[in-house]
Write a protein that binds this ligand. Structure first.
Ligand SMILES: [Zn+2]
Length: 338
């Protein structure tokens, strides 16, 4: 159970900065918590609110009235500003309301804490409206901006906050959190291994968005190894935007890496099905050399899209062709060897 900053995992540097601020009464009035998604930034914001408002301890006892209300999400001096349900952006109206709120004295606790997450969801006008309050909120109140994409914040917003950096969690930490949430050890191990240190990535493998991607990945791989490439090209044509192409390619890498691990003797446990369904079973016949060359082709496509700004469609088609030619080579070399 989370009760304070001391319980946040794998973010020693960030926590040390905040603990020093608390200890010497030198907290900054506006923080920017930046780092990958799903590594504890919002949890840390809440932990800081506990530490500030707790009645009995310097770091949140978890039991006093303030701690309990904060943990339950009904403390009147803690506000999370997020995009409205079903929307992507935080609009100027939302920011104006939050500003009026943070300018008031705390109702019950020692300080009001406003958390804006994700801060990069603010429209430009919303962000501009926040500038003055970011510079001088009511004395003793705090604003915490949370983002996984700080480069997309206005420089004027960034410069008014003290930056606190967060990093990827260790695989072991992701594993422990998943198990403590009630997941079986096998499933948790698998998800942790593909999480890249992010709880968000680990849990999104169970979402619908990702099952759609798994279907695309499956078509790409089947099409790449069948006589006619139509299935793969068709799958590629469904992927229109750059972000989606990158997500699918990264998932493809995860699949190929899992396949190589299984080929290297790792147990293919029930958890594998959690993500990939029958896909890995279908792929088990291909050679390790093919899998390895597929990995190289996927990497090339990723680089083309990410660094060289290549049209995602072209990059994907190129990848499919690369995969197919390697497959042919393999076929001829096997024939030749006989
Ligand atoms: Zn307390």
């Amino acid at each position: 159970m989370m009760t304070g900053l001391r319980t946040i995992k794998d973010q020693e540097t960030a926590i040390a900065i905040l603990q020093r601020g608390l200890q010497f009464d030198k907290l900054h009035h506006a923080y920017l918590f930046e780092g990958p998604p799903g590594v504890g930034k919002q949890l840390t914001a809440l932990a800081l609110a506990l530490a500030i408002n707790c009645d009995s301890e310097k770091d949140g006892c978890g039991e006093c009235i303030h701690c309990r209300k904060l943990l339950k999400g009904n403390h009147p001096d803690y506000l999370e500003l997020t995009p409205p349900d079903g929307k992507r952006n935080i609009l100027i109206d939302g920011v104006r309301e939050a500003e009026a709120w943070i300018r008031m004295r705390p109702h019950e606790g020692k300080a009001r804490i406003l958390v804006i997450a994700p801060a990069d969801a603010m429209t430009e006008s919303a962000a501009n409206a926040l500038l003055k309050t970011l510079e001088e909120p009511r004395r003793g109140n705090y604003i915490i901006l949370v983002t996984a994409a700080s480069s997309s914040l206005l420089p004027t917003v960034r410069s008014r906050c003290q930056s606190v950096r967060f990093h990827a969690l260790s695989e072991q930490t992701v594993l422990e959190i998943l198990i403590s949430g009630g997941m079986s050890e096998d499933d948790a191990k698998l998800l942790a291994s593909v999480s890249r240190g992010s709880m968000e990535t680990a849990t999104q493998f169970r979402s619908e968005e990702v099952s759609g991607r798994v279907a695309l990945v499956s078509q790409l791989l089947e099409g790449a190894s069948s006589r006619i490439p139509d299935l793969a090209l068709d799958a590629a044509s469904k992927i229109r935007d750059r972000g989606e192409a990158i997500a699918v390619l990264e998932l493809l890498l995860v699949v190929m890496e899992a396949l190589l691990r299984i080929r290297a003797g790792a147990r293919s446990d029930s958890g594998t099905k959690l993500i990939f369904g029958d896909l890995l079973g279908k792929l088990q016949n291909g050679s390790v050399q093919i899998a390895a060359s597929h990995v190289a082709a996927i990497h090339r496509a990723l680089v083309s899209i990410q660094r060289n700004n290549m049209n995602p469609q072209l990059a994907l088609e190129g990848m499919i062709m690369n995969m197919r030619s390697r497959q042919k080579d393999d076929f001829w070399s096997r024939i030749g060897a006989k």
